[in-house]
Design a protein around this ligand. Structure first.
Ligand code: DP6
Length: 330
């Protein structure tokens, strides 16, 4: 095959990844655990060409600089494995507001790993695809899989890999609030490196979050939604605490974000179980039961003005599209 198209969805970490142990291999300082969404898919086509260089188009605009270098670095790994120097045209369509803390890079690099390995004729296992996606963006290693996913931090390229977790409980959902879809000022990569090098709280974050990965995994095994939700909210707030301790401080959450955290707590007090989380941006993601998701979204719209709420159920892992086929969820 010289051309392949793949679809991948974003994932939202319930136990966060923040900080690297190894920059080159993109090994994380802590494990993490996420839910893959069924909204905001990215569709990526990789086509081998006779051009003297790779070209990367995102939503009709050609990428340059760091963004295209990251894509090329993943293509280089694929080429090395396939034993070829042939360049490629990468065309990607995003449906998630780019760089708003909504994990667009996770879906993007998962789709790139899946499409590029197929285009270059490699047949990789999901674990191998997860490792490849990780080299483009850490959180992308989780979007290779659907549902609940655990990224084992590992100590090497081979061992730092995600795996799917079985969930026997009631179906889960995520309500994604969009307060702002503006491009964030400091991306996750720069933000986490800044936290690692300057925050006195980073060590506390790492040791406590590794413990949360274990507690969350055992909550998943027991199908214990309440514990999973409580752990998710705690991990998100601890991650933000580590950033607030940086010099200069790194603050992604706004008063509007905290208003949503407050509203979610009120819902819980009223008996509607929901838990708030947020990444490298102001938008808050709310974990809840699938059957209560529209109720949660409605209750939050009533309490918070001018905020968009997108309801997502548990989504699929990255998959290839047949030639001419359109993504089902796009
Ligand atoms: C806050 O995966 O974007 O969303 O590995 O440098 O590409 P790089 O970072 P990235 O970081 C995601 C950070 C987060 C938390 C998470 O998704 O676990």
């Amino acid at each position: 095959m010289t051309r392949a198209t793949a679809v991948a969805h974003p994932n939202i970490a319930l136990v966060k990844y923040w900080g690297k142990a190894d920059q080159r291999l993109n090994l994380p300082a802590t494990g993490s655990l996420s839910l893959t969404l069924d909204i905001f898919p990215t569709t990526t086509t990789v086509e081998l060409t006779n051009d003297p260089m790779d070209r990367v188009m995102l939503d009709g605009v050609e990428l340059s600089g760091d963004e295209s270098a990251r894509v090329r670095s993943v293509l280089d790994l694929v080429r090395e494995r396939a034993g070829t120097g042939t360049h490629a045209l990468v065309t990607s369509t995003n449906t998630v507001p780019t760089a708003a803390g909504l994990a667009s890079s996770a879906a993007a690099f998962a789709a790139l790993a899946k499409a590029s390995s197929a285009a270059y004729g490699l047949s990789l296992s999901d674990a191998e695809l997860s490792r490849l996606a990780r080299r483009g963006s850490g959180s992308a290693c989780r979007s290779i899989f659907g549902g609940l996913v655990r990224w084992n931090k590992g100590t090497s390229d081979e061992t730092s890999v995600a795996e799917r977790l079985e969930w026997q409980g009631e179906p889960l959902a995520m309500v994604v609030s969009v307060i702002s879809s503006a491009r964030k000022k400091i991306g996750s990569r720069a933000g986490m490196n800044h936290t690692v090098t300057t925050s006195p709280y980073f060590e506390g974050w790492v040791s406590s979050n590794n413990a949360l990965v274990e507690r969350a995994s055992s909550a998943v095994e027991r199908a214990d939604f309440t514990s999973l939700g409580e752990i998710a909210e705690m991990s998100a707030l601890r991650m933000h605490a580590s950033m607030l301790g940086a010099e200069p401080p790194l603050r992604y959450l706004t008063s509007r974000s905290f208003a949503i955290f407050d509203a979610v707590q009120e819902l819980r007090e009223d008996g509607l179980e929901a838990y708030a989380s947020a990444d490298a941006g102001p938008n808050v993601k709310i974990l809840c039961r699938s059957r209560e998701a529209s109720l949660v979204a409605h209750a939050l719209r009533e309490r918070i003005e001018d905020v968009k709420m997108h309801v997502s159920n548990s989504g699929p892992g990255a998959y290839l599209l047949d030639e001419g086929e359109r993504p089902s969820a796009a």
